[in-house]
Design a protein around this ligand. Structure first.
Ligand code: HEM
Length: 145
């Protein structure tokens, strides 16, 4: 299991300014100083909860799973009495979701025989030619009789 620094609530309480903003959510001790400006809910709400256990506030907003995953990114330790599995701690697999690369495939299986291409070109030509020849013959017949 990965080692996690253990903090007390009074230690967390010492980090409650805009330049040094920590709090606790579900037993995780978070340093959100760098996240303040990025928080979609604004930095004020975070600063108001600085240095405290903000689990209730966090849960009450109904944060998305993406927001819950972000918690791990800012975790600096755990509150005394809490323990987390290794898979729940700083681990690349549960950090911010990575952009999925677009999958693309090209159909390269265009192995049509050459004679079909020739047929496709000459058959319409032959049909059109026969039509005009027929028209020519019938017209000359009409002119003769
Ligand atoms: C490190 C902790 C936090 C993270 C990573 C975080 C992340 C986020 C994210 C990603 C959103 C966008 C909506 C969503 O995806 O759910 C959000 C919205 C919000 N958050 Fe946080 N948040 C944190 C802590 C808090 C706390 C402690 C509070 C309240 C005291 C709070 C209040 C809000 C509010 C008010 C919104 C806007 C909701 C809305 O417009 O519907 N957040 N947060």
């Amino acid at each position: 299991m990965a080692y996690q620094r253990v903090f007390t609530l009074s230690e967390v309480a010492q980090h409650k300014s805009k330049n040094d903003c920590w709090f606790v959510i579900n037993g995780r001790v978070l340093n959100v100083t760098k996240f303040l400006e990025l928080h979609p809910g604004g930095e004020e709400v975070l600063i108001e909860s600085a240095g405290k256990d903000a689990t209730k506030e966090f849960e009450n907003i109904g944060h998305s799973n993406a927001a819950k995953k972000l918690l791990i990114k800012y975790q600096v330790g755990v509150l005394g009495g809490y323990a987390f599995e290794e898979t729940e701690t700083k681990d690349d697999s549960i950090r911010e979701p990575r952009k999925k690369e677009m999958e693309a495939f090209v159909i390269k299986n265009d192995k049509r025989p050459t004679y079909t291409a020739i047929l496709e070109f000459f058959v319409p030509l032959l049909v059109a030619g026969s039509f005009f020849a027929y028209r020519l013959v019938t017209r000359t017949e009409q002119m003769l009789y």
